[in-house]
Design a protein around this ligand. Sequence first.
Ligand SMILES: NC(=O)C1=CN([C@@H]2O[C@H](COP(=O)(O)OP(=O)(O)OC[C@H]3O[C@@H](n4cnc5c(N)ncnc54)[C@H](O)[C@@H]3O)[C@@H](O)[C@H]2O)C=CC1
Ligand SMILES: O=C(O)[C@H]1O[C@H](OP(=O)(O)OP(=O)(O)OC[C@H]2O[C@@H](n3ccc(=O)[nH]c3=O)[C@H](O)[C@@H]2O)[C@H](O)[C@@H](O)[C@@H]1O
Length: 430
Amino acid sequence: MNILVIGTGYVGTTTALVFAEMGWNVTGLDTDAQKIQQLEKGVLYFYEPGLEELLRKHLGTGQIRFTTNKDKAIQEHEAIFICVGTPSRPDGGADMRYVKQVAEDIGQTMNGYKLVITKSTVPVGTQEQVTGWIQAVQKGSFPFDVASNPEFLREGKALEDALNPDRVIIGTNSKRAENLLRTLYRSIKCPIVVTAPRTAELIKYASNAFLATKISYMNELARLCDQLGVNIIEVANGIGLDPRIGTSFLQAGIGYGGSCFPKDVSALIFAAKQNHIELSILGKVVNVNQTQPLYLLDKARERLKSFANKKVAVLGLAFKPDTDDMREAPALRIIDRLLSEQAKVYAYDPVAKLPADVQYESVASCMALEDAVQGADAVFLCTEWPVFQKVDWTKMKGIMNRPNLFDGRNLLDSDEMNAIGFFYQGIGYE
Ligand SMILES: NC(=O)C1=CN([C@@H]2O[C@H](COP(=O)(O)OP(=O)(O)OC[C@H]3O[C@@H](n4cnc5c(N)ncnc54)[C@H](O)[C@@H]3O)[C@@H](O)[C@H]2O)C=CC1
Ligand SMILES: O=C(O)[C@H]1O[C@H](OP(=O)(O)OP(=O)(O)OC[C@H]2O[C@@H](n3ccc(=O)[nH]c3=O)[C@H](O)[C@@H]2O)[C@H](O)[C@@H](O)[C@@H]1O
């Protein structure tokens, strides 16, 4: 069975490469000719550890190829994964225009049986919608199935997650589709859950919203820890040892960002509202997350009195380490507020770049961490890049104007930083 992956972004490129690694012949299709040209040359246009090596390997083996020719691609492949974006609409719902476009492309062009698999994160009911969109434009009566197969990979660990998933969720009522998907995933060792399409679609949103809830819970608790003089990291360790709670996603900080948690939580709240249900807990999760970067700024303002004309170094821009993805990065909320309060902002990230927006024109983007820190009145650490732990902080203190360190990811050791002579403030941790 030949596999076509439509949309060669983070998920599409990873999906294509993982299936190539499993021995399938895969084609990646995108409307963005520039992306396709780069991928064809073996160049990954985004930062994701390990992916470029695999891309080059499978361009070499001939198991992967890329194209912008959608008609030919759709006709030549039986299994078609939809991996296009589903961004937020202004009302909070998921923007389904790209998925609809792909469904119509498939419907208009198909020339035989197609298994259409939605990997994009899509609202409950999308499997039925995609079926309808295909049927509405079909030129012949070719059979097809639409299945839901949500993706759970994390950026920065995309390959590891996609090659070793915790589970594969298959949402279908068709035995033919189930059998084909079981065949496609035959070399993956993990539980395969076959369920109704609507259930599969909700499992994806429920997972992301649950993880976001864990984070906001810890972030709110961290604010109490600051008042009580209790260390949130130790609290997280203590509760995480209970397997019912688990150790992961208990890290307090300046909040979650990225292309998924904010949009998926908001899409789930929107879908609930459409169904006259209020997901009130998730409303609070969003509220805590939106105020969390400001919480660290408030702490810093207490210390500095005012940000006006202060030199502030922002270390770490990406929404998390090991990615250059700046979508909904909490560092941007911090920078926006610092700029509005007339601070002089110097930014450094090992790989990520500030968006080329007019609002960031006054920010100095530094090539070296020292350049950002030199003469600073405060450092804000916004992404927990491991390399920041290896920095010679004694040296950094020496080159700063005032040794104020606001650690938005609780990355550094507070005792060590205090011993060096920093004023150190984390989140629920000092
Ligand atoms: N980024 C992530 O870590 C994860 C994302 N997801 C979900 O996967 C989906 C895709 O996410 P990303 O890969 O981050 O998006 P992305 O924005 O990086 O990539 C989407 C790609 O689709 C292409 N595209 C749009 N319309 C097209 C069309 N009609 N035909 C062909 N290509 C088209 C775009 O040019 C782009 O390259 C979203 O629904 C997202 O929520 C799920 C799990 C993880
Ligand atoms: O649907 C998606 O796109 C993906 O969304 C997340 O993956 P991702 O956004 O790549 O990154 P995470 O590692 O989940 O981190 C998200 C945000 O939460 C923050 N976070 C994470 C963990 C934690 O304990 N505390 C915390 O603040 C991170 O800094 C980051 O800003 C999910 O973890 C994936 O399972 C899912 O497939």
